[in-house]
Design a protein around this ligand. Sequence first.
Ligand SMILES: Nc1nc2c(ncn2[C@@H]2O[C@H](COP(=O)(O)OP(=O)(O)OP(=O)(O)O)[C@@H](O)[C@H]2O)c(=O)[nH]1
Length: 564
Amino acid sequence: MIRCAHAGVVYFRVVYELNKLSNYKSVQRLTHFYTTIPFLQTLFKNKKHLLNYHIRHFGLGTNVKNAYDTIYALSSGSGKCAVAVIRISGAQTRLAMEKMCGGLTKPRIANLRKLQDPNTKEDIDKALVIWFPGPHSFTGEDIAEFHVHGGPAVISSVLSALGTLSGFRPAKPGEFTKQAFLNGKLDLTEIEGLGDLIHAETEAQRKQALRQMDGVLNILYSSWRNRLTKCLANTTAFIDFSEEENIEDNILEHVFSEVCNIKDEVSAHLNDSRRGERLRDGLHVVILGEPNVGKSSLLNAISQRPAAIVSPIAGTTRDVVETALNIAGYPVLLSDTAGLRATVDVVEKEGIHRAVNRAKIADLKIIVLHPDIIKQTHFSDLTFADFVTSYMNHLLQDSGTMNSTQYSSPSNSHINEHYFSAEHNSPSTNQHIDMTNILLVFNKIDLVNENRSELFQHFKDNMCFLSCTTGEGFDSFMKVLVMKIQNLCGDPSVGSPSLTQVRHRHHLNKCVLHLTQFNTYSQEDIVLASEQLRLAANELGQVTGQISTEDVLNVIFRDFCIGK
Ligand SMILES: Nc1nc2c(ncn2[C@@H]2O[C@H](COP(=O)(O)OP(=O)(O)OP(=O)(O)O)[C@@H](O)[C@H]2O)c(=O)[nH]1
């Protein structure tokens, strides 16, 4: 009887722990309890029985049921190649080693072995075999890698042979990485970094992804979460014990100041002008201007190929012409657009409408102008912002798009209308365009006969003078363009790590909101306030996966390929 009661207590302790954790970590916890609590071993024949019993009575995520499967997949790319890597992970991995390559090899050392079909004993291939016993492996489980010759017949024979082994099944997309997460080998930000590294197309993207995979964001977010948890513990201690007077003096003052510090740090991290996200997703650069000024010629010169049609007929470009480029290691989506002018042509009108919409979402706008404008303008009377504002508003007015979009600059703020801005995808009022995201390019300088040095002395940082025909000034323009792109994306290998995903931004914004509410509530009710601390810490936990829901995990792992 006592024995039964004890078993019940122990088991309910297990259940209590399990409920505190996410489904995924529960499996590890459950098996840990089984090995460390001898009493559970007398109740259940093995871990699987305990797990099945628990699933029957309490229910766990479907993934838990697969925890004992051994998974396999082709981890290298498909198609003919010199070497293909087939990866196996799970409790039965050693069975594959024994049945297919004559037994286990020395851990983490490549061995040349004959691979055999486990049923017919027929040779399939000669392969390099590597054995990674858990828990010191990528997934935390036993892993084997077969580096086979990369012909389709070899690959399919090895995969079919593995499929005949009991408890083996093909891996789902991202399942190896998911297993690494479940076994606490990587947190969610590191996994997202790994995903970005696989998809990185440029040097800067690779650097940013590698840093994230190394855990910089995990360290940052976990440290905020730990500090908040400490604040929560102190607030709870104050609520529970302050009347007994055995609590540290000024404990709440310390909490208030620490919460303010954390809130400022998270806000500063959020307020990064989307550098990391821009670098991850690619920077939108749009070329705008009047017809026939050389916008398509500039796009072709930058992309070094005739991507857009160039002709002396004004209004040749009618739609948005996009080209994806790698500029100095940064990913850029460069768009040529229809020239902005008054027109009755319905198709051209639609093209102009698209040009204006593309400008709204662009991170950097290159406005191409004819050099005659310089002669007609008294630059000495104008700021850069005033010039851009009046020029663009004049173009928009002419092209009939003024109603939906209008520039305003800090110095002519009496113009209280809408504007183009990458930060705001919909028109907004009372705000000003960020002039650092605008580059003026005076093209066709080969047609200028006057003294150039006098003409070209204005707004040096944001103005370029070039000729797409002769190539004059093009190198200087590219230097300015690269500098602008670097400013917008930042250097991914130095400084504090950048926020890279909309998912992170969402949770961090909510974290700041809860910390603000903590400040509000703390004046009236410390119990309500402490709940806000718990919610703020939860938001941070969701970024790293310390608190996760199946939905979030499925979205993250869905983007991984099979075999990763
Ligand atoms: N002299 C000279 N002509 C140029 C230069 N750049 C472009 N052109 C010419 O200007 C004409 C228009 O060039 P595009 O690149 O098609 O101009 P666009 O701004 O795209 O024109 P739309 O499609 O009408 O909007 C073509 O005949 C080009 O060869 C330049 O630097 N110097």
